[in-house]
Design a protein around this ligand. Structure first.
Ligand SMILES: [Zn+2]
Length: 297
């Protein structure tokens, strides 16, 4: 009789434990195995309708998006990418601003001393990688935080470096940066035909990446975010004009709402906590960025 009672207790214990586990399915249902952030350097939000960007627009159509997300000030590449991976608004860590003002063209900047999505992912034993078109982005990858860091000369090379690595190592968290639109914008202007063409080249690389992820069977376990570090006006992106500071922010994945327009004001530094949240990791509470939970079903 006594033994039977203990047995019943065990059964009930297991039953309630399972109930708890399943009632917590919000988090587990959301746990993607892979998050990929793609930044298109200098992608101006209005280009999504003026250039022929069929892959980016496909992600927008079948995912969640806003074309009015905000980058940081000053709207420059390293500053914006730092905000993107640290979840921090740079106005609050001004000490590094001075450093960058002196030195932001130089690749040898040392490393960020802030926690990044990569350092946090490594603590969870996840695999991390970066494929970029500007070597100064190494600043975001202190030792031990990014397992594989590669600089490519153009989007085609960067995309294929990524695809080879993705197939072999299946990293959990990846940042891919495409440089050409910014370079063409500075040379020819953000209103030029060449700028739109540079975007179309990047768009083709995004298409290449999407078909690779699908081919190796990882699409349903992957959250993809496509965004930009800044737009541009004429031949620069120095002034805080809406065409410079407003950026597109697009998320696509099997549990992301389709054709959904994000209502919240999105900031570039919301990217970091959103991808961590998608990977089932609680973002640091002190971060300025907050996960954009409304995109998930
Ligand atoms: Zn630039």
């Amino acid at each position: 009789m006594k033994l039977q009672k203990i047995g019943l207790f065990k059964v009930l214990f297991i039953f309630f434990t399972l109930l708890l586990v399943f009632s917590n399915k919000d988090v587990s249902a959301l746990s993607y195995k892979h998050s990929i952030i793609i930044t298109v350097d200098g992608l101006r939000a209005d280009s999504l309708s003026t250039a022929n960007l069929k892959n980016i627009n496909r992600l927008l159509k079948y995912g969640s998006h806003t074309l009015n997300a905000s980058t940081v000030l000053p709207p420059i590449t390293l500053q914006a990418h730092t905000a993107l991976v640290t979840g921090l608004d740079p106005r609050k860590y001004g000490i590094e601003l001075g450093f960058w003002k002196l030195n932001f063209w130089t690749p040898v900047l040392g490393y960020t001393d802030k926690e990044t999505i990569f350092s946090i992912a490594k603590k969870q034993n996840l695999k991390t990688a970066m494929f970029v078109g500007k070597s100064k982005l190494k600043y975001l990858a202190p030792k031990g935080t990014v397992d594989y860091f590669k600089v490519g000369s153009d989007s085609k090379e960067i995309a294929s470096l990524f695809c080879v690595y993705m197939e072999r190592e299946k990293p959990n968290l990846t940042l891919i940066h495409f440089p050409e639109p910014d370079k063409t914008g500075h040379r020819e202007g953000w209103e030029s035909k060449d700028y739109l063409k540079a975007l179309e080249v990047v768009d083709a690389s995004i298409g290449f990446i999407l078909s690779e992820i699908e081919e190796i069977g990882l699409l349903k376990d992957t959250l993809i975010v496509v965004t930009s570090d800044h737009g541009g006006l004429h031949k620069s992106h120095a002034e805080p004009h809406p065409k410079v500071v407003e950026i597109p922010w697009i998320a696509f994945g099997s549990r992301v709402k389709r054709g959904y327009r994000i209502e919240k004001n999105v900031f570039i530094y919301d990217t970091a906590p959103t991808v961590l949240f998608a990977l089932g990791i609680t973002p640091p509470p002190h971060w300025d960025g907050k996960p954009i939970k409304e995109i998930f079903e």
